[in-house]
Design a protein around this ligand. Structure first.
Ligand code: MIC
Ligand code: SF4
Length: 642
C-alpha cells in the first residue's frame, strides 16, 4: 500500500512502537525549538535530567513572547535561557529577531525532518514539509536529551485543493474554511495533509499560514508536500541544499478526504470566541471596528505585510480605529524598511510594534471595553486579548487592511490592489541575532545565570488504587489552556514561578478556584469535551498539580494537554458515557476505585456520596501508565537513565 507524506516521515523516524492506528509511536526528533514563555521551564527540566549537551541535529531557543520586560522577571529569564543554551549546545535567537515559528520557517525548518517545539503552533513548519508538532516543555527537554517523542499513531486526513485563490482571498480564508467544516475538535488524533493541483498555487508562507492554524483544529500536525515551490523558497533563503522532494504515493490511503475548490472561497472571519465560529466577511459588513492588529506567527510573511502596505499606501486609517502591526520577523521588518513599505504603513497611521508575539498573547494592545478587534492571529478565546468583554475576530491581512481604512468590517474584494505581491527571489540573509552555543569543550566554563523569579518545580504524588477527594471545579466543553492558565502581560512574566501563577488558575471561569484548592488537601476537576484545547503550555498541568489536583475527569481531552497531564503525573480520565458528566457536581466527594486496573486498560469506577456512579477509562499507552506510576515524566526519565 502507498504511503502518505506523514507516514513516510514517521517510518523514517520510528524508534519505538508499531505504526498502526491505536498504537503509540516513539519518533526520533531531528530539531527542537522553544520560546521564552515555555522555555525557562523546559530548560529547568532539561537541567534536572542531567544530560550535559543536547543530542538533536539542531535546537533553537527563541525569545519572542515575554518581550515587554515590565520588571526584572523577563530579562532574568532571558538571561537564564541565553546562558543555559550556550552551555548545552542550543542556538539562541535574541529578542527582536522575531517569532519562533516565522524565523524557524525562514532559516531552519527542513522538509522531511521531525521538529517538536514547546509551542502549539510548531506545525507552521509543516508548510515547508517538516513533520512539526507542538509539545509540552518536558517532552521537548526529553527530545533535546536524545529521547523519543511519543504520539498516538494518527489518522490521515487529506485536504484536496483544486483551483486557485481569487484576488483578495488568502491562505487565511483556506484554513478558516477548514475550521468551519471540521471544527476545533475535528483534527484531534489526525494529521492533516494538503494535496491536489491547488497546492502548487500556494507559496511556502501561505502554506505555513494554513499549517499554523491547523493547531486550532486540534490536529497532531498539518503538512504540505515539498515541491518546486518549496525549492524556490529555500533557494531564496540561501538554503537550497536543505531541499528534498516529498510527496504522497499515488495509492496512499487516507481515512478522510475533504475537497476545497480554492476558486470558490471568499473572505472569512472567525467570530467570538472560537476559531471555528466562521462567517463570511460580507455578512458582518455593518459591524463597527475599534482595533485592527496585524502580525503573529499566522500572518507575518513578507507578502502578507507588503499586501497590507500596498492597500494602505497614500491612505489614512479611520480615526475610530487603532492599527497595530507587529511584523513577525526581523527579516520581514528589514525588507519593509529597505523598500519603503514601512514608511507607507507609518504614513497611513500604523503603530509599529517590535517583531514578537505582542497582542496575540495579550502582551499589550488590549482593546477598549466591549471593543471590536480584528486580528490576523489564530486564537480569539475569551479574555485572551486582555479585555474580557472584547469581541475578537480572526481575519486575513487583506480583510484587516480594508477594515482599518473604512472603520467597519469590510470585504477586501471591494478595495482590490492592481496585482498580487510577488514572492522575492532572494531574501536578505542576516543571522547575526542567532547566537551559536559554546563548543562542547568550553561548555564547562559557561556559567548559567538565574534570577529570583525561578522557583522550584512542583512534585507529583504517585496515584493510589482508591482515591477519595472533593470535586474542586466543574467546567463545560472546549475549555482552553487560556482558561486553565491565563497568559497576558501581568501573568506571563511568572512562567518560571508556579506558586505565583497558581493565584490566576481558572481565573476566567471561577476566581474562587485557587483559594478553594489551596484550602483542600487535594482534589479533582470535572471537565467537558475537548478539555485543554489550545496552547502547549505545560503550566496548565503544573499549576493544577501545585494546587493539589490528582485527576481531571472529562468527556474528552485535547492531545497536547492530555500528554502534559500525564507528564505532570495527573490522571486524565474519560467518561465511558459522556452523559454521566451530568451526575456529578462541584463540591461532591468523589471516589475513584480500581485506578491501577484502569492504568492497564480496565475500567475505573467513579462514585459520589449521593450514590451516583460512572465508568471511566484512562486511555493512555503502557509507557504513559508507567510515567503516571513513577509520579511524572521527569521521575520516569531519571529512573530510565539510572
Ligand atoms: C499561544 O499562542 O497560546 C502560546 C502563548 O504561544 C502558547 C504557548 C505558551 O502558552 O507559552 C502555545 O501556543 O503553545
Ligand atoms: Fe506567539 Fe501568538 Fe503565535 Fe502563540 S499564536 S506563538 S502567542 S504569535
Amino acid at each position: 500500500m502507498g504511503k502518505t507524506i506523514a507516514q513516510k516521515i514517521i517510518d523514517a523516524h520510528l524508534v519505538d512502537g508499531t505504526a498502526a492506528p491505536g498504537c503509540e509511536v516513539g519518533l526520533r526528533i531531528d530539531q527542537t525549538l522553544t520560546q521564552d514563555a515555555t522555555g525557562t521551564m523546559a530548560y529547568l527540566e532539561y537541567e534536572a535530567m542531567g544530560i550535559p549537551r543536547v543530542k538533536t541535529e539542531l535546537s533553537v531557543a527563541y525569545i519572542d513572547h515575554n518581550t515587554l520586560q515590565s520588571g526584572f522577571m523577563n530579562a532574568d529569564d532571558h538571561r537564564f535561557i541565553r546562558t543555559i543554551a550556550k552551555k548545552i549546545g542550543v542556538r539562541y535567537s535574541r529578542p527582536g529577531n522575531g517569532i519562533c515559528h516565522q524565523v524557524h520557517l525562514e532559516r531552519f525548518a527542513k522538509p522531511g525532518k521531525t521538529l517538536i517545539g514547546s509551542d502549539s503552533h510548531t506545525p507552521t513548519a509543516g508548510g515547508i514539509g517538516a513533520l512539526a508538532m507542538g509539545a509540552g516543555g518536558l517532552d521537548v527537554a526529553v527530545a533535546m536529551g536524545g529521547g523519543a517523542y511519543y504520539i498516538p499513531y494518527p489518522k490521515m486526513t487529506l485536504v484536496k485543493l483544486t483551483g486557485a485563490l481569487p484576488p483578495m482571498v488568502s491562505a487565511k480564508d483556506v484554513i478558516l474554511e477548514v475550521l468551519r467544516v471540521l471544527s476545533v475538535k475535528g483534527g484531534v488524533g489526525k494529521i492533516i495533509e494538503y494535496g491536489g493541483e491547488g497546492v502548487k498555487t500556494l507559496s511556502v508562507p501561505q502554506r505555513a499560514t494554513i499549517t499554523n492554524m491547523g493547531a486550532e483544529l486540534g490536529a497532531t500536525t498539518s503538512i504540505f508536500p515539498s515541491d518546486e515551490v518549496t525549492h524556490a523558497f529555500l533557494k531564496a533563503q540561501g538554503r537550497e541544499e536543505d531541499y528534498v522532494e516529498l510527496s504522497s504515493d499515488p495509492d496512499a490511503e487516507y481515512d478522510e478526504i475533504l475537497e476545497i475548490d480554492l476558486s470558490s472561497l471568499e473572505p472569512l472571519a472567525a467570530c467570538p470566541h472560537s476559531p471555528d465560529n466562521v462567517k463570511p466577511v460580507r455578512s458582518l459588513a455593518m459591524t463597527k471596528v475599534d482595533q485592527v492588529c496585524i502580525g503573529s506567527c499566522t500572518n507575518s510573511s513578507y507578502t502578507d505585510l507588503m499586501t497590507v502596505a500596498k492597500m494602505l499606501k497614500g491612505k489614512t486609517v479611520s480615526p475610530d480605529v487603532s492599527l497595530a502591526i507587529a511584523p513577525g520577523s526581523r527579516q520581514v521588518l528589514a525588507m519593509l524598511s529597505e523598500n519603503g513599505a514601512l514608511a507607507d504603513l507609518l504614513n497611513a497611521g500604523a503603530r509599529i510594534l517590535e517583531s514578537a508575539c505582542g497582542p496575540c498573547i495579550g502582551m499589550g494592545q488590549s482593546p477598549n471595553s466591549a471593543g471590536v478587534s480584528l486580528r490576523t492571529f489564530n486564537r480569539n478565546f475569551e479574555g485572551r486579548s486582555g479585555t474580557r468583554d472584547a469581541s475578537v475576530y480572526l481575519v486575513s491581512p487583506e480583510t484587516a487592511a480594508a477594515s482599518c481604512l473604512t472603520g467597519y468590517f469590510t470585504d477586501p474584494r471591494t478595495l482590490p490592489i492592481d496585482a498580487p505581491i510577488a514572492m522575492p527571489e532572494h531574501f536578505p540573509i542576516n543571522d547575526n541575532m542567532v547566537d551559536l552555543p559554546a563548543p562542547a569543550e568550553e561548555a564547562d566554563k559557561v556559567e548559567v545565570l538565574r534570577g529570583p523569579n525561578i522557583k522550584p518545580l512542583p512534585q507529583a504524588i504517585p496515584v493510589d488504587d482508591v482515591m477519595e477527594l472533593p470535586c474542586l471545579l466543574k467546567v463545560g466543553d472546549n475549555i482552553t489552556t487560556d482558561h486553565i492558565m491565563p497568559a497576558g502581560s501581568k501573568i506571563l512574566p511568572y512562567r518560571s514561578n508556579i506558586p505565583h501563577l497558581a493565584n490566576y488558575c481558572f481565573e476566567v471561569c471561577d476566581p474562587e478556584f485557587p483559594a478553594r484548592a489551596m484550602a483542600a488537601d487535594g482534589g479533582f476537576i470535572l471537565g467537558g469535551a475537548n478539555y485543554g484545547q489550545g496552547s502547549s503550555r505545560e503550566h496548565a498541568a503544573l499549576v493544577p498539580l501545585y494546587l493539589g489536583i490528582r485527576a481531571v475527569i472529562a468527556k474528552s481531552f485535547a492531545r497536547i494537554h492530555k500528554a502534559n497531564l500525564v507528564n505532570a503525573g495527573i490522571l486524565p480520565l474519560e467518561f465511558k458515557d459522556a452523559a454521566d458528566y451530568d451526575k456529578f457536581a462541584l463540591g461532591d466527594t468523589l471516589r475513584l476505585e480500581n485506578v491501577f486496573a484502569g492504568l492497564e486498560g480496565g475500567t475505573i469506577t467513579l462514585k459520589n456520596a449521593q450514590g451516583e456512579t460512572a465508568e471511566l477509562v484512562c486511555d493512555i499507552s503502557e509507557r504513559q501508565a508507567k510515567v503516571i506510576r513513577a509520579g511524572g515524566l521527569l521521575n520516569y526519565t531519571k529512573e530510565q537513565n539510572q
